[in-house]
Design a protein around this ligand. Structure first.
Ligand code: FE
Length: 225
């Protein structure tokens, strides 16, 4: 048997994996699968969904960069990189970043450490490709604690993007488990079925879009507060 709950006992960090397409377009996504796999020389791996624009860019360029994000990271930043596609949105237009010596963008917002990786092996693992590579640059960017996947879920109440390696189809959440509203708060809230963002208002306007993942009103479900 496979008890899906066992996977929830695995611990991860949260990372922004970035790359450049051959024509110079900057792309990036959120991953929880970046890890060190050997020490001398330092080798790492990251597993990314084949449908991600970032995956395609890494397949073509053979390099990627990683920002380890700190606990101060906002849902805005995670939502931009985790729930939107680089095919439709320029994720770097308003995101503070630098170009490394390998000409890859590295996100600097809430970054606590950064890595640049040269791909040595590509392993097809079904829905995902695992890129094993050699670290060519690494540095600490801030002393803040790195974000863990558990902190993201428990404190930021973040959801798992459908294309993540750890995605498991979730049962509808129990509204009673949400924090109790203040006395003057609206009676109803609206939960984004894609990213989990909750808007506290009784009615959503017809032109409402999720501030995190950008979907429209029809992707929101009403929850009693
Ligand atoms: Fe959303």
């Amino acid at each position: 048997m496979i008890n899906r709950s066992a996977f929830h006992k695995l611990s991860y960090g949260l990372y922004l994996v970035t790359a450049c397409t051959p024509d110079g377009k900057k792309v990036g996504c959120v991953a929880n699968t970046f890890q060190q796999v050997a020490s001398e020389p330092p080798m790492v791996s990251v597993s990314l969904n084949k449908q991600n624009a970032t995956t395609q860019a890494i397949l073509e360029s053979g390099t990627y960069a990683v920002s380890v994000i700190g606990q101060s990271a906002t849902m805005d930043l995670i939502g931009l990189f985790g729930f939107k596609t680089s095919n439709e949105v320029d994720k770097f237009a308003e995101t503070q970043h630098e170009m490394c010596s390998a000409d890859l963008p590295i996100v600097l917002e809430h970054c606590v450490a950064k890595f640049v990786v040269e791909v040595r092996e590509r392993v097809d693992v079904g829905t995902h490709i695992m890129f094993v590579g050699a670290v060519t640059e690494a540095d600490v960017a801030a002393d803040d604690a790195p974000m863990t996947y558990a902190y993201y879920h428990e404190v930021l109440r973040g959801k798992t993007p459908p294309k993540a390696a750890s995605y498991v189809e979730e049962a509808p959440a129990n509204p009673a488990s949400e924090a109790a509203p203040a006395a003057d708060a609206p009676k109803y809230g609206w939960r984004c079925k894609l990213c989990g963002y909750i808007e506290m208002m009784d009615e959503l306007p017809d032109d409402y879009t999720c501030p995190i993942c950008g979907v429209g009103k029809d992707m929101f479900e009403r929850i009693e507060l």
